[in-house]
Design a protein around this ligand. Structure first.
Ligand code: FAD
Length: 293
């Protein structure tokens, strides 16, 4: 199908984009990589009357470290994240995910910030961002707001971005010493959305006990979810296979998937546990505690 008619506005700066969004009101949508929005428009699931194209805002195309954080601009493509030397060397959680989102063609256009703004319950970046305790910087005519990712991801396909605002960047705290993370996704075939997915990040104390842990799951509920019970359970413990199994069990308990062509609800709950177990084992391996499963 063809999209419904719309007015197209190309922005060359954030200010131009915000002015166009303010003019368009609630009917104006940002066009980033277009990998979710354009298909939605073609199926007439989205019918924006104004499309504000931000692809020519070079100032928002960056992946850089500053002030103890990794900042990724709204126009940074998934492919740039996948190729980034900073991410490859220091952010394994993001590196893992960057290689399994859709396929290389989609990754040439899609953006991390666009994925968060879309907030698909099966999206990969929302899980990674919850795990990495990210913050999203949102700007509107009244100024900027910095929103913790847990508050940004409101519900399926719904976020804290208000009419007239746009997301400018996402910021991840730079992992400190003895910190590692990983992302694990089960998909039917390369290029598919997740059947289930999990992100984990762990910081160890000098004595090898767990100082801090993040666990999040995706594709098994209305939105990506933090598994707070698993995080609590891990804290203060020594990494063992029994501990991994107990944390995975918490993910299974929390998961609330719906059955579809990717599997039954029961199967997906099991897969959520499998993803958490594998992500945790990989995270511990990266911290030098190998051989766990
Ligand atoms: C074949 C195919 C397979 C895919 N497989 C996967 C997969 O396995 N995993 C996965 O996670 N995703 C997958 N996707 C989705 C893909 O990752 C999208 O790129 C992503 O969801 C949206 O990013 P985008 O930059 O294309 O945003 P767009 O499609 O341009 O926008 C998406 C939504 O976010 C809004 N938006 C975008 N940027 C901003 C901003 N800066 N401020 C405010 N609002 C904004 C738009 O208005 C729109 O409502 C797939 C897509 C395709 C076509």
């Amino acid at each position: 199908m063809f999209p419904a008619p719309f007015e197209y506005r190309k922005a060359h700066s954030t200010e131009e984009a915000l002015a166009a969004l303010a003019q368009g009101g609630s009917e104006a949508h940002v066009l980033a990589g277009g990998q979710s929005l354009i298909p939605a428009m073609r199926f007439r699931l989205a019918q924006p009357s104004v499309l504000v194209d931000i692809n020519s805002i070079d100032a928002l195309d960056y992946v850089r470290e500053e002030g103890g954080e990794l900042a990724i601009g709204a126009c940074a493509r998934d492919a740039a994240i996948e190729r980034s030397a900073i991410i490859t060397s220091r952010y394994p959680l993001l590196k893992d995910a960057s290689a399994v989102i859709a396929d290389p063609v989609v990754r040439q256009m899609g953006t991390l910030v666009g994925s968060l703004c879309h907030n698909d319950p099966a999206g990969d970046w929302p899980v990674v961002s919850l795990t990495g305790r990210a913050k999203v910087v949102v700007r509107g005519s009244k100024g900027s707001r910095t929103i913790a990712i847990d508050d940004f991801l409101v519900d399926s396909f719904s976020t804290a971005v208000q009419a007239g605002e746009m997301a400018i960047e996402v910021r991840f705290p730079t992992p400190g010493e003895r910190t590692a993370g990983s992302y694990y996704k089960i998909e039917r075939k390369v290029g598919d959305f997740a059947t289930a997915a999990a992100g984990t990040r762990v910081t160890l104390n000098a004595d090898g006990t767990i100082a801090d842990a993040s666990v999040a799951i995706g594709a098994v509920g209305p939105k990506a979810m933090r598994v707070a019970a698993a995080e609590k359970l891990l804290k203060g413990q020594k990494p063992t296979s029994d501990l991994i199994r107990a944390a995975a069990e918490e993910a299974k308990r929390l998961a609330d998937p719906t059955a579809d062509t990717r599997g039954s609800a029961e199967f997906k709950k099991e897969m959520a546990a499998v993803c958490v177990a594998r992500a945790l084992a990989a995270t511990f391996g990266r911290l030098g505690v190998g051989g766990l499963s």
